[in-house]
Design a protein around this ligand. Structure first.
Ligand code: ADP
Ligand code: MG
Ligand code: ZN
Length: 610
């Protein structure tokens, strides 16, 4: 509305102005254009004293008379006004206002301007070119600038409260926080402030989170860069990025520089396959130089994270560099409960949820896995239009995270279903009867991910040590599926392939890594992943051909012994095998209680375990 009003007012003003102008022009005819007269007339007008003003520009002389009329006349070029008036009595010109307009100089300026225009244009163009060249140059140069991101101070700070568990790690890091807050407390005692802290832990255990929390607790800036960002396609970029990063950091001290995934640059120097390690070496050298170059009172603490401390260059870890090592463990059951609490804080949980039970069912989950689990549960609840996230949502999400989503679309034929049911029952029965196997949690023949069925064992508590018997029992249970197929159908399908692979790996480790075979307590190193990490790929094998064949034989005998054990158990419990497999075909899923009930009611034999 207001807009419209304004524009209509404007319209009126324009119209009125136009009308007024027209009226003015109409009633106020412009002064008569000057009439041309001869030079003589001009002089005689002066002599008769009727000239009031004279204006000379170039060869033209304009003059007005006392009657208000305008005239003009032309003089010879080069003649000045006083020369023109030479013949007139000076007394006659006394009262005349004379003005000479200097047109010649005007013209010179005009001419100069005109002739300069092309130059001006050219210079402008050149300047423009230079400027744009410079800016693209800048872009090329900024490759060497670190891409470190500084955490936004406006954003909510991460603190130790956001990191659940990891008590020991926190305790060590509290010290670092104190260094950053009160450096003088330590320097006055002659203590050196640590320069580097390396956080070691499996992926997803919260290393990055922890580093952020340290910065948040100390309330200092946090420069965050990933090791892989140092290694780009241009040689020398890494080193210059490091220089730049440290320069920035020193300007912002006290602060934390966080180098994530430091193993990308910090591997053993002088090793590694493939190209590009020179660049890495330079980058690493630059980091070391920068850290050595810190003044005693430079309050910059470099934190780094890795999940492969074993491949790091020893020079990184020596005193005065990353000499503080903080291990962040995979969370235990209590920590898992805490982490779940943190990640369900902003989700409406049903009243009867027991996060501790979820924690119990998720051994080996990292913080990131648990976060994912909580998120999946929330998605599931939302999908079903529920008001809150229930225990059931959480439990289903565990299965989804562990085994991939159920694939209801994959339809098994009756025969496939039967084979799968027997196979899984085989695993379950052997696992159930062997003392060192974890309790059964669930058996299912709903296909998930790549697997057609699954038998899920769940330990009562987190385990840190494994005995030889435990490995043997697990091998037997792993081979339970294979044994059943062979027993029931006379031949095996491709189903147990994954079981066999895992069994072979376990047996191989027992022999070469844990000293759990007749070959004695020697480690036979041919850890394959070292090849990729380039630590010592020249000495891939530290043993002779003879030992190699002994290892093979040993692995085979361990696996075969397990298969025999599994077959014996299954033969003795054939009745249960049939009963449970049939129920499984009907029900598709059995939980722990249902399985045990079925097993016990069909049990006739009282087995004496081998
Ligand atoms: P890392 O750097 O060790 O691979 P991150 O720090 O990136 O792991 O962790 C990934 C996510 O997992 C974090 O953003 C956080 O949400 C969650 N997380 C991991 N550990 C914890 C923990 N102890 N407490 C709370 N959340 C955690
Ligand atoms: Mg990380
Ligand atoms: Zn199997």
């Amino acid at each position: 509305m207001a807009q419209q009003k304004k524009s209509s007012t404007l319209g009126y003003i324009v119209v009125i102005t136009l009308v007024l102008t027209a009226l003015y022009v109409f009633f106020n005819p412009s002064p008569q254009s000057p009439e041309k007269v001869t030079l003589d007339t001009f002089l005689s007008d002066i002599n008769s004293e009727i000239v009031e003003t004279i204006q000379v520009s170039s060869n033209k002389i304009d003059y007005t008379t006392t009657g208000g009329a305008n005239f003009y006349t032309i003089k010879e070029s080069g003649q000045t006004l006083s020369e023109v008036l030479a013949t007139v009595d000076p007394a006659k010109t006394d009262g005349i206002a004379m003005e000479v307009i200097d047109t010649t100089s005007n013209n010179i300026w005009m001419e100069l301007a005109v002739s300069l225009i092309p130059f001006i244009l050219i210079i402008g163009f050149l300047l423009f070119m230079m400027k744009s060249a410079a800016s693209s140059n800048n872009q090329a140069l900024s490759f060497g600038k670190s891409q470190a991101r500084i955490a936004d101070p406006e954003k909510k700070k991460t603190t130790f409260k956001d990191v659940a568990g990891a008590r020991e790690a926190k305790e060590e890091l509290i010290e670092i926080v104190d260094f950053l807050k009160n450096p003088s407390k330590y320097t006055s005692m002659g203590a050196k402030i640590p320069k580097g802290v390396i956080l070691i832990g499996q992926p997803g255990t919260g290393k990055t989170l922890m580093a952020r929390a340290v910065a948040g607790e100390a309330n200092v800036p946090f420069f965050n860069i990933s090791g892989s960002e140092f290694v780009e396609m241009f040689v020398g970029v890494g080193a210059s990025r490091v220089r730049d990063l440290f320069k920035k950091a020193k300007r912002n001290a006290p602060c934390i520089v966080f180098i994530d995934e430091i193993d990308a640059v910090g591997r053993h120097r002088g090793a590694g396959m493939g190209g590009g390690h020179d660049e890495r070496e330079q980058t690493l050298n630059q980091i070391l130089t920068e850290m050595d170059g810190f003044e005693q009172d430079t309050n910059v603490i470099v934190m780094a994270a890795t999940n492969r401390p074993d491949v790091l260059d020893p020079a990184l870890l020596r005193p005065g560099r990353f000499d503080r090592r903080v291990v962040i463990d995979t969370p235990d059951i209590e920590d898992r409960t805490e982490i779940l609490k943190i990640h369900t804080r902003n989700k409406p949980l049903a009243k009867n949820t027991e996060l501790e039970r979820i924690a119990r069912q998720t051994p080996g989950f990292s913080g990131a896995d648990l976060e994912n689990l909580a998120n999946e549960a929330a998605i599931l609840a939302a999908k079903n239009n529920k008001k809150s996230v229930t225990q059931h949502d959480l439990e289903i999400s565990i299965e989804k995270v562990v085994m991939g989503p159920e694939r209801k679309s994959r339809v098994l034929s009756a025969k496939e279903k039967e084979i799968t049911a027997y196979h899984e029952t085989g695993h379950a029965i052997v696992g159930h009867l062997l003392p060192e196997c974890d309790p059964i949690h669930k058996i299912s023949i709903i296909s998930r991910g790549m697997a057609l069925g699954v038998t899920w064992f769940l330990p009562e508590e987190d385990k840190h040590l494994y005995s030889k018997t435990k490995f043997e029992n697990e091998l037997a249970s792993l081979l339970g599926g294979y044994a059943t197929e062979k027993m029931m159908f006379g031949e095996v399908s491709t189903g147990p392939s994954n079981d066999l692979e895992r069994a072979t790996k376990i047996a191989h480790k027992m022999v070469t890594k844990y000293g759990m075979s007749d070959l004695g307590p020697t480690i036979f190193g041919d850890n394959n992943d070292e090849i990729f990490l380039g630590k010592d790929f020249k000495h891939m094998r530290t043993y002779s051909e003879e030992i190699a064949s002994k290892i093979d034989a040993m692995v085979r005998s361990i696996v075969e012994k397990a298969l025999k054990q599994a077959t014996e158990i299954l033969k003795k419990h054939e009745k249960q095998l049939h009963e449970i497999a049939k129920t499984l075909i009907k029900e598709e899923t059995l939980d722990r209680k249902e399985f045990i009930k079925l097993f016990d009611t069909t049990s006739t034999l009282n087995l004496k375990l081998p």
